[in-house]
Design a protein around this ligand. Structure first.
Ligand SMILES: Nc1nc2c(ncn2[C@@H]2O[C@H](COP(=O)(O)OP(=O)(O)OP(=O)(O)O)[C@@H](O)[C@H]2O)c(=O)[nH]1
Length: 202
């Protein structure tokens, strides 16, 4: 069945060091697929184009339509979001970290289809923004660039300068009952063990 895909690009961030995990997180398996395969599989149903933003494009090219490098390297995930936004075909990008095994297609679709004109659409769960599972518009590029060049790498740091739509828990629960694991990201071997014990992935 052909699924509706919006005019939006997908950006998978895979340029981290995985130092705490001790091995490349994107290629770890939780369930039958590696993390990057899982995220790319979900993105395929939602977006027109998938960019993997990584320091090693040759290793990751096959997981997306394109693998691209950070334009301003050494700034962490915000540098990856910036590179994805600049190099995406579409004016909006759906961003996910490569270490989120339970990313939710229904929630992402809900965010994509929200009416209104925003620069950022970001879930807020248990009082905190989830900036690595969010939508960013090209209108953010300039302000991100300014911050990165000043060494201000905190992702949510630029939110007060743009139009942000927070997606609240009560809205999210309507489309995704398993919020407690949707935003789980894996940093350590202990996190990996926990995720594997949860099971129930797609
Ligand atoms: N493109 C890009 N992605 C990054 C960069 N740093 C982190 N990421 C990605 O952002 C997400 C969150 O990264 P973290 O877990 O905070 O950092 P990490 O470097 O992967 O892991 P640690 O080395 O253990 O801190 C992951 O998907 C990373 O691959 C970067 O400099 N560039």
């Amino acid at each position: 069945m052909l699924q509706h895909r919006a005019n939006i690009s997908g950006v998978i961030l895979a340029g981290g060091k995985s130092a705490r995990m001790g091995t490349d997180k994107a290629l770890l398996k939780v369930g039958p697929y590696t993390l990057i395969e899982t995220i790319a599989g979900v993105f395929r149903t939602l977006v027109d184009e998938i960019l993997v933003v990584t320091g090693r494009p040759e290793k990751f090219a096959r997981y997306g339509d394109k693998a691209v490098r950070d334009i301003l390297p050494g700034h962490g995930p915000l540098g990856g979001i910036h590179a994805g936004l600049v190099q995406a075909v579409h004016s909006r990008v759906l961003v996910a970290a490569c270490d989120m095994p339970f990313i939710s297609a229904p929630l992402a679709r809900f965010m994509i289809e929200l009416p209104g004109d925003y620069d950022v659409v970001v879930p807020r769960y248990r009082g905190y923004a989830e900036p690595l599972c969010a939508i960013y518009g090209k209108g953010c590029i300039e302000v991100i660039e300014q911050r990165l060049t000043r060494g201000q790498n905190k992702i949510t740091g630029f939110y007060e300068q743009v139009r942000v739509r927070y997606v609240e828990e009560e809205e999210m629960f309507q489309v995704e009952p398993h919020l407690e694991r949707v935003f789980l990201n894996l940093n350590t071997p202990g996190d990996l063990k926990k995720a594997r014990s949860l099971g129930g992935w797609y």
